[in-house]
Design a protein around this ligand. Structure first.
Ligand code: NDP
Length: 294
C-alpha cells in the first residue's frame, strides 16, 4: 500500500524560528530593540509547566527576552489582573501570554480580555477574535496559524478546497475555521453534536482534527489523498506502562489512505511555539512602527 507523505512540522518550525532569530538580530543591531514575551502560569498543571518552560527556552534561543511569572494556584483574580496590568504597561514586554487552562476560580475570559490586544500574542482577546473574523489585521492564535502555514506550504492555494475542522473550541477549532475561510476553502465545522461525522469528514480535501479524543479519526473516514492535520495531544498508557503521546487521528490507519498527514509528536506541536515567537516579533514591530516580518 501507498502511505501518506509525512508533514515534517519540526523542520518547518525550525525554519520559522531561524527567520524569527534573524529578524530579532536585526531589530537588536539596528534599533537596539529586544522583543520580550511574558508568560504567566498560574498553578501547577504539569503539562502547562512543560509548555511554559519550552516557550521560555525557545524565546531565549531566538534572541528574545522571556519573562516567566509563576503564581500559586490560589492566586486571586485581582492579583492576576494586577499583574496583567503591569505587563500591559511594561515597555519591555511586547507579548503577553496567560497559559490556559486557569484554575477554576479564575474567569479566563475576564483575564484574557484584560490583556492589551496589541500584546495578545495568543490572539484570544475578543478584539483580536473580531478582527480575525472580519478579515482585519489581527493577532492570530498560534496553533491554527501553524496549521494554516503547513497547509499553504503543501497546497499553495486553498481556494475551493473542502475543509472539515473537527472541534469548535475558541483556541483551535473556531479560529482554524476562520483562517481556512479567509483562504477561500469551503469550511465545515464539526463537533460533538454533528451527525454522521465519518460521512462529513469523508467529503474533505483537508481534515483538521482538534478534538482531544485519542485516535478517534479512522482511515475509512478519509477521502483517498486528503490532507490530515492532527492537532490532538493525548497522553495514553503505552505498551510498557509508560505514557505515550497520540493525536486525535489513528495515524497508522489514516496514513494508508491520506495524501499527507502530520505526525504526533513532530507535526502541529512545534509549529505552535514557532508561531508564538513570530507573533511576538510582529507585536514588537507593530508597537515600534517598524516593518513586520512576512
Ligand atoms: P476542547 O476540549 O476545548 O474542544 C474539543 C472540541 O472537540 C469541542 O468542540 C467538542 O465539541 C469536540 N468534540 C469532542 N468530542 C467529540 C466527538 N466525539 N465528535 C466530534 N467532536 C467532538 O479542546 P481544544 O480545542 O483545546 O484541543 C483539542 C485537542 O488539541 C486536544 O487534544 C489538545 O490537547 C490539543 N491541542 C494541541 C495544541 C498544539 O499545540 N498542538 C494546542 C491546543 C490544543 P463540543 O463543542 O460540542 O463539546
Amino acid at each position: 500500500v501507498e502511505t501518506a507523505r509525512v508533514i515534517d512540522g519540526r523542520a518547518f518550525a525550525a525554519r520559522i524560528r531561524a527567520k524569527v532569530a534573524e529578524h530579532v538580530a536585526r531589530l537588536t543591531a539596528e534599533h537596539g530593540i529586544v522583543p520580550g514575551l511574558a508568560v504567566v502560569l498560574v498553578g501547577e498543571d504539569p503539562a502547562s509547566a512543560v509548555y511554559v518552560r519550552s516557550k521560555g527556552r525557545q524565546c531565549r534561543e531566538a534572541g528574545m527576552n522571556s519573562y516567566e511569572h509563576r503564581l500559586p494556584a490560589e492566586t486571586s483574580e485581582a492579583e492576576l489582573l494586577a499583574l496583567v496590568g503591569r505587563l500591559n504597561a511594561d515597555p519591555a514586554v511586547h507579548g503577553i501570554l496567560v497559559q490556559l487552562p486557569l484554575p477554576r476560580h479564575l474567569n479566563s475570559d475576564l483575564v484574557i480580555n484584560a490583556i492589551d490586544p496589541a500584546k495578545d500574542v495568543d490572539g484570544f482577546h475578543v478584539s483580536n477574535v473580531g478582527l480575525l473574523g472580519t478579515g482585519q489585521k489581527a493577532m492570530v492564535p498560534c496553533t491554527p496559524l501553524g496549521c494554516l502555514l503547513l497547509l499553504r506550504d503543501l497546497h499553495g492555494s486553498l481556494a475551493g478546497l473542502d475543509a472539515v475542522v473537527i472541534g469548535r473550541s475558541n483556541i483551535v477549532g473556531k479560529p482554524m475555521s476562520q483562517l481556512l475561510l479567509g483562504d477561500s476553502a469551503t469550511v465545515t465545522v464539526a463537533h460533538s453534536k454533528t451527525r454522521d461525522l465519518a460521512d462529513v469528514v469523508r467529503r474533505a480535501d483537508i481534515v483538521v482534527a482538534a478534538v482531544g479524543r485519542p485516535e478517534m479519526v479512522k482511515g475509512d473516514w478519509i477521502k483517498p489523498g486528503a490532507t490530515v492535520i492532527d492537532v490532538g495531544i493525548n497522553r495514553v498508557a503505552g505498551p510498557n506502562g509508560k505514557d505515550v503521546l497520540v493525536g486525535d487521528v489513528d495515524y497508522e490507519d489514516v496514513a494508508k489512505v491520506a495524501g499527507a498527514i502530520t505526525p504526533v509528536p513532530g507535526g502541529v506541536g512545534p509549529m505552535t511555539i514557532a508561531c508564538l515567537l513570530a507573533n511576538t516579533v510582529t507585536a514588537c514591530c507593530r508597537a515600534k512602527g517598524l516593518p513586520e516580518p512576512e
